[in-house]
Design a binder for this molecule. Structure first.
Ligand SMILES: *[C@@H]1O[C@H](CO)[C@@H](O)[C@H](O)[C@H]1NC(C)=O
Ligand SMILES: *[C@@H]1O[C@H](CO)[C@@H](O)[C@H](O)[C@H]1NC(C)=O
Length: 371
């Protein structure tokens, strides 16, 4: 009997049946991915910086190791010397960093009940949080009061409230990655390849939420320019950051053809932005971006419990105010890096994977010429 089951005829029929079942499943599946715009597809990485540190894990130290559950974004409060970060368990945590990373003290500060991502300081001592599930939150400086500022615009609710920047005018500028898929479903947003993201503002004096830009390919990090004239925001799926001029609303490319998918962008107060990239563009990513049918097949395998897409070679890119790349800090053993904030001589990195904030002494472990 055993011989029968492994006969050529059995193999032939089982293969045919598998193929027919797969075709039927493919046809029945309603997931309908779109081609990405051709300029975004330029899979060529055009923004190559002259300086590189290709092995940042060699010099990295771990802050709050084991006490921070996937700290996505980081904000540094200069007066108190505290780092604020949002964790996967819903806590906004505060970290007091001392000279030795091992001595850092972690405090559970405020639980949002959602998933705090982007974090920034308001003009009156409050902490503004972009909470993926809740929307835009205002947490009073003493941590006693949390107020929901906004959770929808033009009648469309946010699904991934992602990042926030505060203007000197008091207006909050923030992003919603997608109005269609929530934070846990983000992979389907990139697989579908359609623009569900928005850049918005919230004016605390009028309490009006305004859509500044719609149809963005996963609106992610946002930062205010030091001269307050424009925002720089990242569109993760098409590996591009753009400028949005506050006065008039003109949009310009800031940097494109990034060496990875951009997440948060942070200004360091010293002439540079830092753009975090949770993964480089692997060959599989290039193929997926190019061929919608591959994204449909991947969508099916993910739904059936197998996600073939890996994230690797994560890092942070330093760029100047005109979007020229300066230096890249990365490591092929690293993934899911979501933010890079420069504090003193150190680069502090948040992530969607690790249980610590990673930091690197930039003087001890500088990026060097590599071309
Ligand atoms: C910090 O802790 C790590 C892990 O326990 C250890 O390997 C390292 O040597 C410590 N560093 C210092 C400066 O104590
Ligand atoms: C946040 O709430 C505080 C009161 O707790 C208020 O003073 C402040 O203006 C609010 N900030 C924003 C941006 O709404």
């Amino acid at each position: 009997m055993a011989v029968f089951f492994f006969s050529t005829r059995f193999l032939f029929f089982s293969t045919i049946i598998s193929i027919l079942v797969s075709i039927a499943l493919y046809q029945l599946d309603t997931f309908d991915p779109a081609p990405f715009p051709s300029d975004a597809l330029a899979s060529a990485t055009t923004s190559i910086p002259p300086l590189l540190n290709d092995g940042i894990l060699d010099g990295a130290e771990f802050v709050g190791d084991g006490l921070l559950n996937r700290p996505e974004d980081i904000a540094y409060h200069r007066d108190s010397g505290l780092i604020y970060t949002g964790c996967a368990d819903g806590w906004v945590k505060r970290v007091k960093v001392l000279d030795s990373a091992n001595d850092s003290v972690v405090e559970d500060w405020v639980h949002t009940g959602g998933r705090p991502l982007g974090i920034a300081f308001g003009l009156h001592g409050e902490v503004i949080v972009a909470d993926a599930y809740k929307g835009l939150l205002n947490i009073s400086g003493d941590g006693k009061k949390t107020e929901l500022l906004t959770e929808e615009a033009e009648g469309v609710r946010f699904k991934v409230t992602d990042a926030v920047a505060v203007g000197d005018n008091g207006v909050l500028y923030f992003t919603d990655g997608s109005y269609k898929y929530n934070f846990q479903q983000c992979v389907f947003d990139i697989l579908e390849g359609k623009p569900h993201g928005r850049l918005m503002s919230f004016d605390p004096t009028t309490r009006v939420t305004r859509v500044l830009l719609r149809d963005l390919y996963f609106a992610n990090g946002v930062s205010m320019s030091p001269d307050q004239t424009h925002l720089v925001f990242c569109e993760t799926h098409i590996r591009r950051c753009s400028k949005y001029y506050i006065n008039g609303g003109r949009v310009e490319v800031f940097i494109q053809g990034l060496p990875g998918f951009p997440d948060n962008i942070r200004y360091d107060g010293d002439g540079h932005y830092w753009i975090a990239m949770p993964t480089t563009v692997t060959t599989l990513w290039k193929l997926l971006m190019k061929y919608p049918f591959l994204r449909k097949i991947t969508d099916m395998t993910v739904k059936y419990g197998f996600n073939p897409i890996g994230l690797e070679n994560a890092g942070v890119l330093q760029v100047d105010l005109d979007g020229n790349p300066i230096a890249l800090y990365r490591d092929h053993k690293l993934s899911h890096i979501t933010t890079g904030v420069k504090i003193g001589n150190h680069l502090y990195c948040g992530s969607l994977l690790h249980s610590h904030i990673m930091r690197l002494d930039l003087l001890k472990y500088p990026a060097q010429k590599w071309l």
